[in-house]
Write a protein that binds this ligand. Structure first.
Ligand code: ADP
Length: 176
């Protein structure tokens, strides 16, 4: 199934799994994280707390993914992944690639047939939008064919940047 780019709010997507751009505490934050907990209700945070008390006492490392209930969202699962904070001194892009891969893998393990991603690390974690889009598209275009995959861009400006990257031939150099 082809990847779809959508402008909008990830919490409004009718999909099996919604990906959360979480932080490693798994205890909530702003941006996508705040929106998912606000709309999904307290069951999500309760399960995150249980994960911290059991499998993940030190939190979820960047680049990895873990699933919980989606509470009262229409999705069945939230897949929490922790993007790397952008750094000019250190190339952390392998971790950002890993977030998409680990989340797709988790979706397959759960038996999800559809999944919506936000643009991981491109908000509070400071990743330059066009670079974040390039990484997201590289990974999501290679997603397993049985998955219906959506990349949800928040706001017209970010959607337009993604749209342009999408239309660019794959071997063209990315523009700044
Ligand atoms: P991170 O901490 O990984 O940078 P953020 O949640 O701060 O994550 O931002 C990631 C991206 O998600 C940004 O492009 C931000 O504009 C976007 N975003 C924020 N809220 C939503 C939402 N409700 N739905 C979809 N995308 C959102």
């Amino acid at each position: 199934m082809p990847l779809r780019l959508i402008e909008g709010d990830i919490t409004a997507q009718a999909v099996d799994a919604v990906v959360n751009a979480a932080n490693s505490t798994l205890l909530g934050g702003r941006g996508v994280d705040g929106a998912i907990h606000a709309k999904g209700g307290p069951a999500i945070l309760a399960e995150c707390r249980r994960l911290r008390q059991t499998r993940l006492p030190d939190g979820l490392p960047a680049g990895q993914a873990v699933a919980t209930t989606a509470g009262v969202l229409s999705a069945r699962w939230v897949i929490h992944t922790v993007g790397p904070v952008f750094s000019r001194r250190e190339d952390r892009s392998a971790l950002l690639h890993s977030c998409y891969r680990a989340s797709l893998e988790m979706a397959l393990q759960l038996g999800a047939r559809s999944i919506a991603f936000p643009l991981i690390s491109a908000g509070a974690y400071g990743w330059p939008i066009s670079d974040a889009v390039t990484i997201a598209l590289a990974e999501l275009r290679a997603a397993p064919a049985q998955l219906d995959v959506r990349l949800v861009l928040f706001g017209e400006r970010i959607f337009d940047i993604a749209r342009q990257a999408w239309d660019r031939p794959l071997d063209a150099a990315p523009s700044a």
